[in-house]
Design a protein around this ligand. Structure first.
Ligand code: PHE
Length: 458
């Protein structure tokens, strides 16, 4: 039954462009615009950027290629792909750890989606100057009822799209919205970097300074790389299973990586120089974390004298990027339920909806009525972010590496790659897989555990 279902509904992308756009639509989201700038601000600016780029081009490249090739080879999502190589417990665990991550991310992702929706609504109502005030964001997130309402608005939108099965419509809109997002981002970044005092921020963000290097720079950059590129969460297996044999996986990987990183760079240039222009690079502001985008961007727009139109455009586009990403997270979760448990699409969507409400509400209320709950010193939202990015994704990545090294073998990955083109970086791939990947995974896991025991702080 499961087999039948998956083969009957396994569509394929129309070609290389379709595939690159679909992955880019999933990859470009809140991770680029909201998460990347605040992490870069907090963990060393240019140093963070440098570490991120190195990791993306080495470890990230290796993982994207691996997951996509395994997906295309087996024509299965992660649980099925691992299952194709063995039926015993380790294979099951390897598949499930990949498949469960989107289910845990989508609830808290939607909480941020709700914040974005609220900001868009306020801009539409003409509250641009109120939004630019220092305390606006803090008082908003401590109002539990309001946060919960906007969170619900966002997840209802996501679930409706999933139920209606209009992903192809979403793909079509993304083709228009993504370029608009790029143009707007270039424009806002240009404005931001030319503010008086902003140059210090540009330098902080682009020029690595070894003084700013810390262990956490590496850990945060690695978590961000997984998150932003949608690695180690089953997505690329699933997408890989939809591509035809003539797609050059290596070349598409490079295009996706640079597109995703380009948007993150632009977001960094919009936000970090603005922090310097408006607060002189105040360390408290640089450490603002998840709230950074919501505090700085309205100030930039207000000072442009174009608060309302710019705010509407910006939050509309961020909302759009967030929606396409949550849809891909929710879609992957639903298809895992359908494939593995034989549930109908309706039932799977309903159960995901319940999970989203329960876990998402906990994250949403973590700044108000549930603010007394801290897990390992983190708010509930930060905890889910940490658990998935710094603990589960490294384990999921480890599972993929072990599968390739111990079971599948490099030669079969190479064969899969060579069906469509020459495997140009084959030697590098094998080297990264054998030596770099285990080191990276060990670093992030050990640091996360050390953090849990309070030996280092995140
Ligand atoms: N990569 C997305 C982002 O940067 C998040 C995401 C992860 C989306 C996994 C889909 C799947 O926002």
């Amino acid at each position: 039954m499961n087999e039948e279902h998956s083969s009957a509904s396994r569509s394929s992308f129309s070609g290389k462009i379709g595939y690159v756009l679909a992955v880019a639509g999933s990859a470009v989201g809140l991770g680029n615009i909201w998460r990347f700038p605040y992490l870069a601000a907090k963990y060393g600016g240019g140093m963070f950027l440098l570490v991120y780029l190195i990791l993306m081009l080495t470890f990230g490249y290796t993982l994207i290629v691996s997951e996509t090739a395994l997906g295309r080879m087996t024509k299965k999502s992660p649980v099925g792909a691992f299952g194709a190589f063995g039926k015993s417990m380790p294979f099951k665990l390897g598949g499930w750890v990949n498949a469960i991550i989107p289910v845990l991310i989508v609830p808290y992702y939607s909480v941020i989606g709700g914040w974005v929706t609220k900001y868009l609504f306020e801009y539409l109502r003409g509250s641009a100057s109120a939004l630019a005030e220092d305390s606006y964001f803090t008082s908003f997130i401590s109002d539990g009822v309001s946060v919960e309402i906007w969170f619900l608005v966002f997840i209802i939108a996501v679930i409706l799209v999933i139920l209606a099965g209009v992903e192809s419509g979403v793909e079509r809109i993304s083709k228009i919205m993504m370029p608009v997002l790029v143009v707007l981002a270039v424009f806002v970044a240009g404005y931001s970097v030319t503010r008086p005092g902003a140059l210090a921020g540009v330098k902080y963000f682009l020029i690595p300074n070894f003084k700013n290097f810390s262990w956490m720079t590496v850990v945060a950059a690695m978590g961000q790389m997984f998150y932003s590129l949608s690695i180690a969460m089953g997505i690329l297996y699933t997408y890989g299973s939809y591509i035809k044999k003539d797609v050059d996986i290596e070349q598409s990987t490079t295009q996706i990586e640079w597109f995703d990183t380009g948007i993150a760079l632009l977001a960094g240039l919009m936000i970090i120089p603005a922090v310097f222009a408006f607060s002189g690079g105040d360390p408290a502001m640089l450490n603002a974390g998840p709230s950074l985008m919501f505090i700085t961007i309205p100030k930039v727009f207000a000072s442009m004298g174009l608060g309302t139109p710019a705010g509407i455009m910006f939050f509309l586009l961020v909302l759009f990027a967030a929606l396409t990403s949550s849809i891909s997270l929710a879609e992957t979760s639903v298809s895992t339920f359908v494939d593995q448990f034989g549930w109908s699409r309706k039932k799977a969507s309903f159960i995901l909806f319940v999970i989203m409400i329960v876990l998402g509400s906990a994250s949403a209320l973590g700044f108000s009525s549930l603010d007394f709950v801290t897990i390992l010193g983190m708010s509930i939202l930060d905890f889910f972010d940490f658990l998935t990015n710094s603990v589960m994704m490294p384990i999921a990545a480890l599972a993929t590496c072990i599968l390739i090294i111990r079971v599948v073998g490099f030669h079969r990955i190479a064969e899969e790659m060579e069906v469509s083109s020459r495997f140009r970086r084959k030697k590098l791939y094998c080297f990264f897989m054998k030596y770099l990947a285990p080191v990276c995974i060990a670093i992030i896991l050990i640091s996360s555990i050390a953090n849990v025991f309070g030996i280092i702080s995140m």
